[in-house]
Design a protein around this ligand. Structure first.
Ligand code: NCD
Ligand code: ZN
Length: 358
């Protein structure tokens, strides 16, 4: 249970060290910038493989893991958990070899064209049936970007249609395959996960708990509120807040922190993605506090994820202090100027550090 310091609003919150079950750390200069924020707050993170070129081999994942660790201080106690990017042609043998070697923790399914750097993704889920078969056999989780890509389907309906047309058949044909439906944005997905068996879980981002689709059009076009899956109507956001704070063990934390340079978002064809890593825990804490559910943050952030993945819980703790924290309008400098989630806002919590590391 999170520590409280007496009656009334808690002045600090100490709980088991959390993990981020979905993050984009990028590469090169952006990696050096972004990774430190994730490593500061989280003990482990599931690292997305949508680089250019994507991470499709064991060697590429090992090299990427090295590059991540190389930009972090040696004593930072952060473990990147690597993922394999599924393509139409990926070899089940390569996936299995990477899993057995402890390099790949999971595979990521991007429907081709669904989001940033997904062009090499899967064009028809039937093409990866042999890989899913293998993953089911070896107990390797499948992580899913749950949106169909057909231009005939309204962008706000793409997640709901995916549930029926893609995820349903996958779960039916692979009843023992562990699947994480990532960054869910709809009430439809919540009901789908609740109705499914113990092999299906979902991650929920900090930003989808706070913004609805109005945020993209507030007084003008707001590219920094644009991400994929796109934020939906308010009732979906309210349902997500209820699900995340419900204590249901198959909803857990995944920030989908996805940095893009300011100028690449403020463009005629702006990139999708919200950079939430710098104050991820503060943002979740704010939502849980507003919902009167601070006592459920620890399970959502630090217990349900590892239990679903079958990994040990972390031993250390993190502390958040209840004190105002002003966020800058822009972070970084030079070519690396990034607008973070909550830019220009004041949050009510501040990350105060990790402790008790073994
Ligand atoms: C992600 C990115 O930029 O890599 N963007 C996003 O809006 N979430 C890709 C993704 O997870 O869809
Ligand atoms: Zn993502």
């Amino acid at each position: 249970m999170p520590a409280s310091d007496g009656a009334g609003p808690r002045a600090h919150l100490t709980f088991r060290q959390p993990d981020d079950w979905h993050v984009h750390l990028r590469d090169d200069a952006m990696l050096a910038f972004a990774a430190s924020y994730t490593a500061r707050q989280f003990a482990r993170a599931i690292v997305m493989p949508n680089l250019v070129p994507p991470v499709t081999t064991v060697a590429a994942a090992e090299a990427y893991r090295e590059r991540i660790l190389a930009v972090l201080p040696e004593d930072c106690a952060f473990t990147p958990l690597m993922t394999a990017y599924l393509t139409d042609e990926i070899d089940p043998g390569e996936v299995e070899a990477g899993f057995r070697k402890g390099v790949f923790t999971a595979c990521k399914l991007y429907p081709a064209g669904a989001t940033t750097n997904s062009a090499a993704g899967v064009t028809d889920v039937r093409k990866i049936w042999p890989v899913l078969e293998r993953m089911q056999t070896i107990g390797m989780p499948l992580l899913v970007h749950g949106e169909v890509v057909s231009p005939d389907i309204d962008v706000f309906d793409r997640e709901a249609v995916f549930l029926e047309t893609v995820l349903g058949p996958v779960l039916r044909d692979f009843p023992a395959l562990k699947v994480v439906l990532e960054h869910i944005t709809t009430e439809d997905s919540i009901r789908f996960v609740e109705a499914a068996g113990p092999t299906l879980a979902a991650t929920i981002t900090a930003h989808h708990l706070r913004i609805d689709r109005n945020a993209m059009f507030e007084g003008g076009l707001r590219p920094h509120a644009y991400c994929l899956p796109v934020a939906k109507r308010r009732h979906h956001r309210e349902a997500l807040r209820k699900a995340a704070t419900s204590g249901h063990p198959r909803f857990f934390l995944g920030t989908d922190s996805a940095p893009h340079r300011k100028h690449e978002k403020e463009s005629a064809c702006g990139c999708a993605g919200i950079f939430s890593a710098p104050t991820a825990l503060e943002s979740y804490a704010q939502t849980f506090a507003e919902e009167g559910a601070l006592d459920r943050l620890e399970a959502f952030a630090s217990e349900f994820g590892p239990r679903f993945y079958g990994l040990p819980l972390n031993e250390g703790t993190v502390t958040l202090r209840r004190e105002p924290q002003d966020l800058p309008e822009v972070m970084g400098d030079g070519d690396l100027r990034i607008v973070p989630f909550h830019a220009g806002e004041t949050l009510s919590w501040r990350f105060a550090g990790r402790s008790g590391l073994p």
